[in-house]
Design a binder for this molecule. Structure first.
Ligand SMILES: [Zn+2]
Length: 241
């Protein structure tokens, strides 16, 4: 059976990150640990070895835009250390909208330099410009994380070849379920977005990843072994493609 995949996890947000790092390796769960700033990626890479199961994404979260400046040279210096970029993206919700031009400039710079990378992308209320930037820079290995946009843009992203990583909170909401049901199973990936999601009413911890799979299998009414194999095949296609 295919190994479990967690395509978007914030290891550094857990105080006991060292214990979790070892636990994920023991559980053999392929996990992309995204980071919100290049400096945090650098610290993680200096602290931890990359393994078959734990990889780190070089990121700059658009939700940092009001507080933390983006250091281009730290980003570029670290880019050769990984084939994963994330969390990156655009967030035009009210709190971050005032810095939308700065976000666009940063995201465009990241995309230009990440054409061969696997990207975990955050997009809120910015589908049009985000699609345009990915398209202009020919970023073809894109995973949209926790997609919340409308059906028209969902279709455009599918045509573009995008994958979608979905989580327990999406599976447990009406809006999220409607989105998941419109994504072909060949384009689905699983994420925890831990610690920002809940499974069975409790903050996500890495031992709950298999439960997220069970929830998805219940929603899609597909046997859980088949779901697991399919997600694993999707992951291999993305990573090796
Ligand atoms: Zn995240």
């Amino acid at each position: 059976m295919g190994k479990l995949i967690d395509m978007h996890f914030h290891l550094d947000f857990y105080p006991n990150h060292s214990q979790i790092y070892h636990g994920i390796n023991e559980f053999c769960q392929h996990t992309l640990c995204v980071t919100n700033q290049p400096e945090i990626f650098e610290a993680c890479m200096d602290m931890y070895s990359v393994t078959k199961y734990v990889q780190f994404g070089l990121g700059y979260n658009p939700q940092c835009v009001n507080d933390v400046s983006f250091n281009k040279s730290t980003f570029l210096k670290n880019l050769k250390r990984t084939k994963y970029v994330g969390e990156v993206g655009l967030d035009f919700s009210p709190k971050y909208y005032k810095n939308k031009d700065k976000q666009i400039e940063i995201f465009d710079f990241i995309c230009k330099n990440s054409t061969d990378k696997i990207m975990s992308v955050h997009c809120r209320k910015a589908e049009k410009i985000l699609h345009e930037i990915l398209n202009n820079n020919a970023n073809s290995r894109v995973v949209l994380h926790w997609y919340s946009g409308d059906e028209v843009w969902l279709k455009k992203f599918l045509l573009f070849g995008t994958y979608f990583s979905i989580n327990a909170n999406m599976i447990n909401s009406d809006k999220g379920r409607k989105i998941i049901e419109r994504i072909p199973i060949e384009r689905l990936l699983i994420e925890s977005d831990g610690p920002f999601t809940k499974v069975d009413g409790k903050k996500y911890t890495y031992d709950k990843l298999s439960k997220v799979y069970v929830c998805l299998s219940d929603l899609l009414k597909i046997n859980s072994d088949r779901v697991r194999d399919q997600i694993s095949q999707n992951f291999i296609r993305l990573v090796e493609g």
